[in-house]
Design a protein around this ligand. Structure first.
Ligand SMILES: *[C@@H]1O[C@H](CO)[C@@H](O)[C@H](O)[C@H]1NC(C)=O
Ligand SMILES: *[C@@H]1O[C@H](CO)[C@@H](O)[C@H](O)[C@H]1NC(C)=O
Ligand SMILES: [Zn+2]
Length: 440
């Protein structure tokens, strides 16, 4: 099995450390033909102690390189944060997820703190404390010597978090952030649908403005937070927090400001000013709702399951029941989502859409019929009293479209249907500006 090994060599004041590590490097590097990639981590300390470069001072490292071992790499960037970030990029490029870390007892907390900030549960880490393997007196002394250093650092975790955040803030963006806006909504409601450019996610299927973290994907929460920060600056809601629906593929809606936050919900509705609510989507429909009369906003996430469960009308009904909206005043924008061109389901699932309206499934006779989740949403909304001209979807020809097909436009959108499991996610967000006046 392919594996990545990182060997922490930030122990310039302890000559024994290097000797101890050597044993383990040997045992690993002789298996390098099995696909092991070895990364040697140097710190600013090494550079201070050995301005000419420690690589040439340590015989076994010199040997590794003189053997022209393609599998050995050096991490000696300006900061340990940058070194570990570059390490992550390398691991991702190799599409590997098992990482073995050789370090010392006093450094493990620091490296674990970096792991929490820059990696997710999609990676498997195995920490090996070298002094446990090699309890030579010198090494143990070295560990306790450095332990004194680490006690000075009270809260290594929050320090690392800050270092990583500020490092990510300075990374160059890939492209510019583009926000799609519906001309159906009045200016009272700042809103937008994000696209995939202008962020810092590096994995091809997440690149670059991925806005949703999940334990199964490789973008850590800290990185998502940085992408959200950049979107917030561009969209004008910085530094307000983003209230994102929990994706449950059901039809529960949270009336924010009216009731406790439920465990799971695919919709949020509120009449609070200055609050940002949002819904993710990467084929699933992000839906935005506004009522300029009762002054209420909503955001919902609607995949095919949620559509069948009626999430769109459940959101409208919450606006009506909790905040005094009338369905005929509600306007709805359907964001970028998978079109009928690219979305198929099993026959029995498609049949449920066919029973909403035959037009929702243009080729019911196929083994995997195409399904139009947007049309199903429109039909269900209209049956619930939303006016046809108050729905902005791909049938609205008189407005610039916000309902593009995510699968057909790889340059602009993430798509689960197209990209498989490690896919990124765009969001739609809505901000109720408290400055505006209701229309007369
Ligand atoms: C990466 O690895 C995963 C799991 O091992 C695999 O399912 C996926 O196809 C790989 N992706 C690429 C691009 O090689
Ligand atoms: C929000 O809705 C509640 C319930 O209808 C109402 O009592 C309250 O005044 C509304 N708040 C604003 C800011 O309109
Ligand atoms: Zn398409």
């Amino acid at each position: 099995m392919s594996e990545v090994v990182i060997i922490d060599l930030v122990h310039c004041r302890c000559p024994q450390h290097s000797a101890c590590v050597e044993k383990h490097v040997k045992s690993v590097s002789c298996r390098s033909d099995l696909g092991f990639q070895i990364y040697l981590l140097f710190g600013p300390c090494n550079q201070r102690c050995n301005p000419t470069g420690i690589v040439h001072k340590v015989p076994w490292i010199e040997r590794l390189f003189s053997e022209k071992n393609q599998n050995v790499h050096i991490l000696d960037h300006k900061t340990i944060t940058e070194s570990i970030y570059r390490f992550k990029l390398a691991v991702d490029q190799l599409n590997l997820s098992t990482v073995r870390v050789f370090t010392s007892a006093n450094r493990i907390h620091l490296l674990e703190a970096y792991q929490r900030q820059l990696f997710t549960e999609a990676y498997l880490f195995d920490h090996i404390i070298t002094s446990n393997y090699c309890p030579c007196p010198g090494h143990v002394a070295c560990d306790s010597f450095h332990a004194a250093d680490s006690e000075v650092k009270q809260d290594v975790s929050s320090e690392v978090k800050q270092d990583v955040s500020s490092f990510l803030q300075h990374l160059p963006a890939k492209g510019d952030i583009t926000i799609l806006r519906s001309t159906l909504f009045t200016d009272c409601f700042s809103h937008g649908f994000s696209t995939r450019t202008g962020g810092i996610s590096s994995i091809p299927t997440l690149s670059s403005l991925n806005l949703f973290s999940s334990s199964r994907r490789r973008d850590p929460r800290t990185l998502i937070a940085e992408n959200v920060r950049r979107l917030a600056l561009k969209a004008g809601f910085y530094p307000r927090p983003l209230n994102l629906v929990k994706v449950d593929h059901a039809s529960d809606v949270w009336a924010m400001g009216k009731e406790e936050e439920p465990q799971d919900y695919d919709g949020i509705v509120t009449n609070q000013s200055g609050v940002v609510i949002a819904a993710p989507g990467a084929d699933c429909m992000p839906l935005l709702f506004t009522d300029p009369v009762a002054r209420v906003i909503g955001a919902a996430h609607a995949g095919w399951k949620g559509t069948l469960m009626g999430i769109a009308m459940a959101t409208v009904n919450t606006m009506v029941m909790k905040f005094g909206s009338r369905a005929c005043d509600v306007t709805v924008a359907v964001g970028p989502s998978v079109g009928v061109c690219c979305f198929t389901l099993k026959r029995e699932q498609a049949a449920d859409f066919h029973s909403i309206h035959p037009d929702c499934v243009p080729d019911m006779e196929q083994s995997r019929p195409h399904v139009n989740i947007r049309l199903a949403t429109r039909i269900l909304l209209q049956r619930g009293g939303v006016l046809p001209e108050h729905i902005h979807d791909d049938t609205a020809k008189d407005r610039p479209s916000v309902t593009l097909c995510t699968s057909c436009h790889p340059e602009a959108f993430f798509s689960h249907v197209r990209d498989g499991s490690d896919f990124g996610t765009q969001i739609s967000q809505s901000l109720f500006l408290w400055l505006c006046r209701p229309p007369c």
